[in-house]
Design a protein around this ligand. Sequence first.
Ligand code: ADP
Ligand code: MG
Length: 250
Amino acid sequence: MSHGSGAGPLIQVENITRVFHVGGEEVRALRGVSFNINRGEWVAIIGQSGSGKSTMMNVLGCLDTPSSGRYMLNGKDVSRMSDDELATIRNVEIGFIFQTFQLLPRETALANVELPLVYRGMSARERRAKAKAALDKVQLTHRMHHRPNELSGGQRQRVAIARALVAEPSMLLADEPTGNLDSATGEEIVRLFEQLHQAGHTLVLVTHEPKLAARCPRAIRLSDGEIVADGAGREVALGTAAAVLAAGGA
Ligand code: ADP
Ligand code: MG
């Protein structure tokens, strides 16, 4: 179930590092990062280019594993999992939202939203019902038979959000979700995130835009692979939040 009810935080990141080896050099993209995220939180991860946001997102999204430290997701230690195990966890736990929407252009909105369920051996009827319910959550059932090129940018992103929701993951993980949208449309998407947050979903979004982070109840700022602030989104975005208070966050 998407809202989850297990004990403890949904996400526990404990002193993780990620080191890349480039030529003979070591690039330390994450240098000892720790925080917790509880079920139902809406958190932005913010920082300038090169600060480690994408590396952090890849670890949180089970697309990559840390070089050291521990990442617990929904009670499972995912930091030492094999690629196959990670792929399974990823499908069950995470709904991804991308800057560029990543919809299949030849398929309708409904078919795009059904896709994550196709791999789960669910009957066509059940898939359709779930996909329609997800499209209803993003207020787009009236466009379900349209293809992406017949939809506006904001509508495309809403289809992508419905696709991320459809399998009822424990969290939504969004990468610059408003980066390809004009500001009015971006605002529409932020309002949708507000609704999803109110409905109890856990949202983590990665962005370099202070304006977006300011809308999130909590933001974590990375700089040079380290957390330099963790607090109310507005304060972190404006740079007035205190630097790291304690490992483990809010
Ligand atoms: P951001 O998303 O905040 O721009 P990244 O996480 O992409 O930051 O990068 C953080 C640092 O790690 C940068 O110095 C970047 O060059 C380096 N880095 C990221 N991914 C790789 C990789 N696959 N190989 C080598 N270096 C990488
Ligand atoms: Mg990046």
